[in-house]
Ligand binder design. Structure first.
Ligand SMILES: Nc1ncnc2c1ncn2[C@@H]1O[C@H](COP(=O)(O)OP(=O)(O)OP(=O)(O)O)[C@@H](O)[C@H]1O
Ligand SMILES: [Mg+2]
Length: 255
């Protein structure tokens, strides 16, 4: 019998009223793998991750992580799994009312994993790891540039040493050079943790830098899945259209 993949989504469906978003999505991610979901705006990339996180409930389908069924499993087992997942939200989602250091160790403090008196020095190690200076610790998120915000969000995402990390558009709104630095840091952090990662993006450069394998989300399904190295010779017209950024092709056939 073959073992169920570490993250296993099967025949996932999700609609909002008459708006059908996921239409039988299948996704398998191996433990320790970095998987990238590519797709245009509004195709359901964030919805997919929110289903795994339990922020949304799919209408139909199966979701298992490390053998635990996220829809029908024991609630205690499900929360144990979700507790090992860290998410870097689209737009960073830091708390403006808290200094950077408290944002970074927020979950560890909330779960009493570290004492408040240790928080700043714990956060300092992480802030240095993502290439920022100590002085940033006491700034408020609204005093930071877009690239710095993303670094802080990354530090927060890895602070709990998660087994699984999700990155939602980690480079959106950044210039290409800052984006490339963030991608490099993401790849390094994921490798260092030995974590399993899913990144969702519409940035091809990000995809190439972060991923081992990639899938293109279109019309509610992953339409092509393969190793990053095969992306340029996928033979799939939609993948080619996406990579080249062409206005005409299967992705825009109904637009
Ligand atoms: N809570 C919700 N209620 C109603 N509709 C929703 C909800 N969440 C998402 N949607 C709809 O589902 C569709 C997919 O949304 P999603 O956020 O997954 O897109 P995305 O692929 O992440 O796009 P982007 O690249 O722009 O972030 C959109 O049409 C969106 O309006
Ligand atoms: Mg999104």
């Amino acid at each position: 019998m073959t073992k169920t993949p570490f993250i296993h989504l099967k025949n996932l469906h999700k609609s909002f009223g008459s708006k059908v978003v996921l239409k039988g999505l299948n996704l398998d991610v191996k433990e320790g793998e970095s998987f990238v979901i590519l797709g245009g705006s509004g195709t359901g990339k964030s919805v997919t991750l929110k289903c795994i996180l339990g922020l949304l409930t799919p209408d139909k389908g199966t979701m298992t992580v490390d053998g635990v069924n996220l829809l029908t499993g024991e609630p205690s087992e499900i929360s144990q799994i979700r507790d090992q997942i860290s998410m870097l939200f689209q737009g960073s989602a830091l708390f403006d009312s808290l200094p950077v250091w408290e944002n970074v160790v927020f979950k560890l403090l909330a779960q009493d994993k570290i004492r408040r008196s240790e928080g700043r020095s714990f956060a300092k190690d992480l802030i240095l790891q993502v290439g920022m200076e100590e002085r940033v610790l006491d700034l408020s998120p609204n005093e930071l540039s877009g690239g710095m915000l993303r670094r802080v969000a990354l530090a927060r995402a890895i602070a709990t040493k998660p087994r699984i990390v999700f990155f939602d558009e980690p480079t959106a709104g950044l210039d290409p050079i800052t984006g490339s630095i963030i991608n490099g840091l993401i790849r390094k952090s994921v490798d260092h943790l030995g974590a399993t990662a899913i990144t969702i993006t519409h940035d091809i450069a990000s995809c190439r830098q972060i991923g081992d394998r990639v899938g293109l989300l279109h019309e509610g399904k992953l339409r092509w899945v393969g190793p990053i190295k095969d992306m340029d010779k996928s033979g799939d017209a939609a993948v080619e259209q996406f990579i080249k950024g062409r206005s005409k092709g299967p992705l825009t056939a109904t637009a």
